[in-house]
Design a protein around this ligand. Structure first.
Ligand code: UDX
Length: 447
């Protein structure tokens, strides 16, 4: 009999995981405490923009013509407990208000609601990003609270999906990390992931703390790589060098690699910033804070980028103040192909300029609704052309493909001045300069 799977928490991670599990052939039941989410998903709609996710939902959500019917949603913990052989916990772990540490309350309450419903043998699998040491503690709590006691086990299986590529990353992971405490748990996880393992995804078995640490270590490394190239951008600006050429040249060394070396306004989103802070906080609790003091520098290099972009924009509009100046902002999400604006560098820059008296108009292909909710006082336009109309300066802050396709000549007709600052080093300077624009990018020489 095929395993029955439940997914608890249906956000960026859980919604994709639930659909992917159905695609792998399992019967899946998803639960979220927000009824709107389960209602949308039951109607085959994704609660966020993620390429390919709605297609996958419609292929599997029960009730669609031609669907496999393998994917259903509920709000009943009792039903979840009765249904699942394997329960994936995918709730979020945001940064605590006013602290670096991560807020474990959603994880705790998911375990507290699930455990009393586990009356038969089951494997609970944590996927959320948690401070090292959490799994050990949650495992004890689980067996203590579950009616089936020791027949309920925990495994930790961190998620590495990137927003914008979530479906691809979930179906074809570049590695699967299984923090397990028994052979039975390992065997079950191998069964769940038999398809990607068959396709060659490495399956790495570890203890609980290592599994938890793999996730935070990976995100810390990525954040460090981005801040490294942004530090080089600062030096390039001071010395008259070109960080884009520098990144290309060092990237040919395979030990360094080309990826994640795009200088610009830095990293944001729901993961990297809060994960490095939570990691520092946890290391402090463990008495290993010295090991991670470099992450403080990684964080501050990153946050400096936003301020630096504001200063470049101020310089572009005359150097004194933003008062009476019109600023067009292209991009609101923290990265392209996502509608996620959590800790978005683009919106942060737009907000700072607005608070200093600039008239900011933002356009983003998918992030407008979320941006409006977070920053209702900013101006919003329905297209890039509308945002640019009458602008004294244009800021390119999220590297959507759509912005690379823009016609600089047409935009030049609409703008008050042909002045563009590329905060992502993603536009072609020659094309913009050819159309009469002054193009400036971070860490690159002025033409
Ligand atoms: C990240 C990790 O990549 C993923 O493995 C983990 O599971 C969750 O966190 P995500 O938050 O989706 O995924 O975004 P990612 O693609 O890593 O980008 C993070 C930020 O870094 C974005 O704001 C992006 O614009 C920025 N970035 C990325 C750069 O500034 N320069 C780069 O070269 C690459």
């Amino acid at each position: 009999m095929a395993l029955k799977i439940t997914v608890i928490g249906l956000g960026y991670l859980g919604a994709t995981h639930a659909a992917a599990m159905a695609e792998l052939g399992f019967e899946v039941l998803g639960l979220d405490i927000v009824p709107e989410k389960t209602e949308m998903l039951s109607a085959g709609r994704a609660p966020m923009y993620e390429p390919g996710l709605e297609e996958l939902l419609r292929k599997h959500v029960a009730g669609f013509e031609g669907s496999t019917g393998r994917l259903r949603f509920t709000s009943s913990w009792e039903e979840i407990g009765a249904f699942g052989d394997v329960h994936f916990v995918c709730v979020n772990t945001p940064q605590k208000h006013g602290e670096y540490a991560c807020d474990m309350s959603y994880v705790e309450s998911a375990f507290d609601s699930l455990a009393p419903q586990l009356g038969r043998t089951a494997l609970v699998v944590g996927k959320s990003t948690v401070p090292v040491g959490s799994a050990e503690r949650l495992a004890r709590r689980l067996t203590g609270l579950a009616p089936a006691g020791g027949d309920v086990e925990l495994a930790w299986n961190p998620e590495f999906l990137r927003e914008g590529f979530a479906v691809q990353d979930t179906l074809h992971p570049d590695r699967i990390v299984a923090g397990t405490a028994s052979e039975r748990a390992e065997k079950l996880l191998r069964e769940v992931y038999a398809t990607p393992i068959g396709e060659g995804s490495p399956f790495i078995v570890t203890d609980f703390p290592t599994a938890e640490l793999v996730k935070t270590a990976a995100n810390s490394f990525l954040a460090t790589k981005i801040s490294f190239i942004n530090a080089m951008a600062e030096v390039c600006e001071a010395a008259g060098g070109d960080v884009a050429k520098l990144a290309e040249a060092i990237g040919y060394d395979e030990r360094i690699g080309k990826k994640f070396l795009r200088a610009g306004i830095g990293f944001g989103g729901g993961c990297l910033p809060k994960d490095i802070r939570a990691f520092m906080a946890r290391a402090g609790e463990l008495g290993a804070d010295q090991a991670l003091t470099f992450l403080r520098e990684v964080d501050s290099i990153n946050m400096r980028r936003r301020g630096h972009m504001v200063e470049l924009a101020r310089e572009a509009v005359g150097g004194a103040s933003f008062l009476g100046k019109r600023v067009a902002v292209l991009g609101a999400t923290f990265k392209p192909d996502s509608d996620d604006v959590r800790d978005s560098p683009a919106l942060n820059v737009a907000g700072q300029i607005h608070l200093q008296g600039g008239q900011v108009t933002v356009y983003d292909p998918k992030g407008m609704d979320n941006a409006r909710r977070l920053f209702p006082t900013l101006g919003y336009a329905e297209s890039a052309l509308e945002a640019v109309r009458g602008a004294d300066v244009v800021l390119h802050l999220t590297e959507w493909g759509e912005f690379r396709e823009l016609d600089p000549a047409a935009l030049g007709e609409a703008a008050a001045r042909r002045l563009i600052l590329d905060g992502r080093n993603a536009l072609d300077p020659a094309v913009w300069r050819g159309a009469g624009w002054t193009y400036r990018a971070m860490g690159r020489p002025r033409a």
